[in-house]
Design a protein. Structure first.
Length: 135
C-alpha cells in the first residue's frame, strides 16, 4: 500500500494512483474494443467532510484517461448528486458512506440513459459478432 511508504510525497502518490487507475481503464477499454463491447464507465464521487463543510469530490483520472471516444460512455455522478446535495440523503453516514437507495436510483437511471444513447443495446439490428459501435 503506497499510503504507508515512509517519506512519500502525497502529491506524487496521488499522481501515481491516478495514472494507475487510468492504465487499468485503458486496458479494460482495449479489451472491450477488441471484443466489440461498448464500455460504460461511471465516476462515483467521494463524500468528504471537512471543517469547512461537506462536499463531493470527483477523483476520476480525467487528466490521464480520455472519456470522449467511440465505444465508451462516461457517466459522471457528481453533477447529478450535487443537484440533490442537502435535499435528499445521498450517502449512509453510519456505514462506510455507501449510497442510499435514492442515489442508487439516480445512478441506475443515468447508466440506463447512457446505454440507450450509445446504441449498444440495439443487438436486434446487428449480425451476430458485429461490433456494437459499428466499426
Amino acid at each position: 500500500n503506497l499510503d504507508n511508504v515512509d517519506g512519500a510525497d502525497e502529491g506524487a502518490l496521488d499522481d501515481y494512483q491516478s495514472r494507475l487507475a487510468a492504465a487499468i481503464l485503458e486496458r479494460v477499454f482495449a479489451t472491450c474494443r477488441a471484443r466489440g463491447i461498448h464500455l460504460v464507465v461511471q465516476s462515483i464521487p467521494l463524500f468528504v467532510a471537512t471543517p469547512g463543510g461537506e462536499q463531493l469530490v470527483d477523483a476520476f483520472p480525467h487528466e490521464h484517461f480520455d472519456v470522449e471516444r467511440v465505444g465508451l460512455s462516461f457517466v459522471a455522478m457528481r453533477p447529478l448528486l450535487e443537484g440533490r446535495f442537502g435535499e435528499d440523503p445521498l450517502y449512509h453516514r453510519r456505514s462506510h458512506f455507501h449510497w442510499t437507495p435514492f442515489s442508487n436510483e439516480l445512478s441506475g437511471r443515468a447508466l440506463a440513459a447512457a446505454l440507450l444513447a450509445s446504441g449498444a443495446l440495439d443487438a436486434r439490428e446487428r449480425p451476430v459478432g458485429a461490433r456494437a459501435d459499428g466499426e
